[in-house]
Design a protein around this ligand. Structure first.
Ligand code: ATP
Ligand code: MG
Length: 199
């Protein structure tokens, strides 16, 4: 494989915003494959704790099964400690020494890029693809250190977030058409996101 895409995230739960960003990046940048890498332990303080990592992993497995170019990686789930992207990319470089790596993010994540651990090393290991996301305009990118290794992928903005889905489940609002039906069925079957997870 020459060109390997990687999209990291909590995937709490995975939704069509993630899947579209990955597919659009794959086609635009001619990626041979895209790995979804669910976070083990988040680096960012979240207002609510993440759902169990095996459950988030399972939802990714279910969501990507019909796309032959998509894969899921247990790298961050199985690695102890916080899920720093730089460590994940080092691992992918070991696994694919001859490939070019492309790390896919939403525009919101790119705006925080300077706060990530070892941003310079990240850009040596991988090129970054930042995909449009409603609420985060291209102008905002000028606040982030632009670089020939950072690509802005301007496309349809998908205004779906995991937070919105979690809140909708809690409020008994529909989530159908926001994520794959198999993932919705899994959420219903396991009764996920019905209440705030205690800290
Ligand atoms: P939450 O609302 O809990 O923060 P999220 O929807 O932002 O969840 P994450 O798992 O935090 O999802 O995101 C993983 C990656 O996917 C990040 O790089 C994020 O920017 C990107 N992403 C998530 N949703 C979208 C979207 N709708 N469009 C483009 N990129 C997205
Ligand atoms: Mg997010």
């Amino acid at each position: 494989m020459n060109r390997v895409g990687i999209i990291g995230g909590a995937f709490n739960p995975i939704h069509y915003g993630h899947l579209f960003a990955a597919e659009e990046a794959r086609v635009t940048f001619k990626l041979d494959v895209v790995y979804f890498v669910p976070t083990g332990t988040s680096v960012w303080e979240k207002e609510e704790p993440l759902l169990d990592k095996e459950i988030r992993y399972q939802m990714v497995v279910i969501a990507i099964q019909d796309n032959p170019y998509f894969r899921v990686s247990r790298e961050e789930i199985d690695r102890p400690g916080k899920s720093y992207t730089v460590l994940t990319l080092q691992k992918f470089k070991e696994l694919f020494p001859a490939s070019s790596l492309f790390f896919i993010t939403g525009m919101d994540a790119l705006l925080k890029f300077h706060k990530w651990r070892d941003p310079e090393e990240i850009l040596e290991l991988a090129e970054l693809i930042a995909v449009s996301r409603p609420g985060y305009t291209l102008n905002d990118v000028t606040r982030s250190p632009l670089n020939s290794r950072i690509h802005v992928l301007k496309t349809i903005g998908v205004a779906i977030s995991s937070r919105e889905i979690r809140e909708r489940v809690r409020k008994n609002l529909p989530i159908r058409y926001l994520l794959p039906p198999e993932v919705e069925a899994f959420i219903r079957e396991k009764n996920l996101y019905r209440e705030e997870v205690p800290r």
